[in-house]
Design a protein around this ligand. Structure first.
Ligand SMILES: [Fe+2]
Ligand SMILES: [Fe+2]
Length: 309
């Protein structure tokens, strides 16, 4: 059951398209428009039907009655107001103008972690921009990496928000054309310009996270930057994102064992991932000595084993 509470007037296109989006995405879910003036609500329902055709799952309800219900997700324009309702997820949604402001200041990153997950699921705020930068499948992988990384981080007392944000942004530039990625790396990280094509997106994603999403946290940026090649000495957050990228549950190969181990012993799970990778590369006759960072990672974490698996 979804609740949307807002002062809907003046009714601007942004509001209507937002409401239409929620209705279209949740055709079988009861949706309540919550507000003090029933007439206003009825007008909005009329406008929405003009826009997207008939629907039967939307009702209008007064704020006082809505407080008796419990919503799965509650959208609201003010956090304070939202807190007087019962909801599993509260998504604070402001007008389009302030949404831009929030994205550009990076303010949405500071929402409570449950809201960040709801934003990712509903593709709101900065998650909407991440979704626009990639295919549907890659977005599914992205959200799954973010959730897996958060859970692993929290098992080890590490900041789940940082892990989640690193997961959300780790592949943000992966669908960009390779020549554009290489140009960005040439400009900002010339040392790595000639790293293999498959790895350039880790640098490009870091650049996009910093320049477009205004992410400033160095630990998160670094976890994004090294999630593909790895490097010699990695921080726990870097390892978590590296491991979550390989063991998130939408991957088309068995991942449960590594995921379980990652909650229990992070380094041991990391070594399992690295050994699997070496075996995979050997099986396909691919030399893993493709770049200095990966060589340093394999040697640092597997030692002699790096050469004999
Ligand atoms: Fe990646
Ligand atoms: Fe990935």
């Amino acid at each position: 059951m979804i609740g949307i509470v807002d002062s809907f007037l003046p009714l601007v296109d942004d509001h209507l398209s937002f409401l239409a989006g929620v209705i279209k995405k949740n055709p079988n879910e009861p949706i309540f428009l919550i507000g003090p003036k029933m007439e206003e609500m009825a007008t909005i329902v009329g406008e929405l039907q003009k826009l997207i055709g008939r629907f039967s799952n939307v009702s209008i309800i007064s704020s006082s009655r809505a407080k008796k219900y419990s919503f799965t997700t509650l959208y609201c324009s003010q956090k304070k107001m939202a807190e007087s309702f019962r909801a599993d997820h509260i998504v604070v949604r402001t007008s389009l103008a302030s949404k831009r402001e929030k994205v550009s200041s990076g303010a949405s990153f500071h929402a409570p972690i449950s809201m960040l997950e709801a934003m990712a699921d509903q593709e709101l705020f900065f998650c909407h921009d991440i979704r626009s930068a990639m295919s549907k499948e890659r977005y599914g992988h992205t959200v799954s990496v973010a959730k897996t990384a958060r859970a692993i981080a929290e098992s080890h007392g590490i900041d789940g928000r940082k892990a989640f944000l690193a997961g959300m942004l780790h592949d943000v530039a992966k669908d960009m054309p390779k020549d554009r990625q290489r140009k960005m790396v040439h400009r900002y990280f010339p040392r790595y310009e000639f790293y293999p094509g498959f790895s350039l997106h880790q640098f490009a994603s870091r650049i996009v996270a910093e320049s477009k999403f205004h992410l400033r946290d160095r630990e998160i940026l670094s976890a994004i930057q090294w999630h593909c090649t790895g490097k010699g000495r990695m921080t726990p957050l870097e390892i978590i994102v590296y491991v979550a990228d390989k063991c998130e549950p939408t991957r088309p190969f068995p991942t449960k064992e590594i995921e379980r181990e990652a909650h229990h012993d992070l380094l041991s799970a990391f070594r399992m991932v690295l050994r699997d990778q070496i075996r995979y590369l050997r099986r396909h006759n691919i030399d893993y000595h493709t770049n200095a960072s990966s060589i340093a990672m394999f040697h640092h974490y597997l030692g002699e084993d790096a050469e004999c698996h």
